[in-house]
Design a protein around this ligand. Structure first.
Ligand code: HEC
Length: 174
């Protein structure tokens, strides 16, 4: 390779690296700020289709592409190295993209988030607070709140795993 080609290649690589950093949106002051650096549950491949049989039309439906991240508090439980329930302070973030193309660009995912509250805060949602949209405005815990009920009505299907569908045992069996 001649020098000119090498310079073009290096410049191009630096530019793409800079662009991918620019895509990592930040959420200052919110509990999921910087989640892109957490343990990446779906590190092998994004979830698509309906591997659990429960996604229906939610989370982008069967054509959606989904990436899941979990903070260090919940990482060991997700890897099944610690027993359920998830520890207080666990934060699970799921990005949904409506198509493979949008996932490819990693552009503006819809975020849905679960945060484990102190024990006894909301027994009907297993002490999970649910967030929709990523800006923190749509949230709720307890079956009597709108989002608490909406999310729990389906996540209750994963009650044996403390409401979290995708743990390492599930990925291993996929
Ligand atoms: C109709 C069922 C359904 C509803 C309603 C639903 N989810 Fe989910 N959710 C799923 C399924 C199934 C998965 C597993 C991921 C997959 O299939 O890609 C999941 C995964 C997740 C995950 C990743 C952790 C896990 O369980 O694997 C989070 C976080 C999440 N959902 C948050 C929410 C929030 C917040 C709401 C309410 C705004 C919600 N979900 C509503 C079905 C649902």
């Amino acid at each position: 390779m001649n020098l000119k080609k090498l310079i073009v290649l290096v410049t191009f690589s630096l530019l793409t690296a800079a662009l991918s950093v620019a895509h990592a949106q930040s959420y200052p002051g919110l509990q999921w700020d910087g989640y892109q650096k957490w343990y990446h549950v779906t590190f092998e491949a994004p979830n698509t289709g309906d591997p659990t049989g429960f996604v229906g039309k939610r989370h982008g439906g069967t054509k959606g592409y989904r990436e899941i991240y979990i903070n260090s508090t919940g990482e060991a439980t997700n890897k099944m190295a610690k027993a359920f329930p998830y520890p207080v302070g666990t934060v699970v973030v799921k990005e949904s993209y409506n198509s493979k193309a949008l996932w490819g660009k990693r552009k503006k995912p819809l975020l849905t988030i679960m945060v484990k509250l102190p024990k006894g805060s909301a027994p009907s949602t297993n002490d999970w607070e649910f967030y929709m949209g990523g800006n923190g405005k749509k949230k709720g815990h307890g079956i009597d709140s709108k989002w608490g009920k909406f999310c729990t009505d389906c996540h209750i299907n994963a009650a044996g795993k403390d409401f979290v569908f995708i743990n390492s045992d599930f990925l291993a069996n996929e």
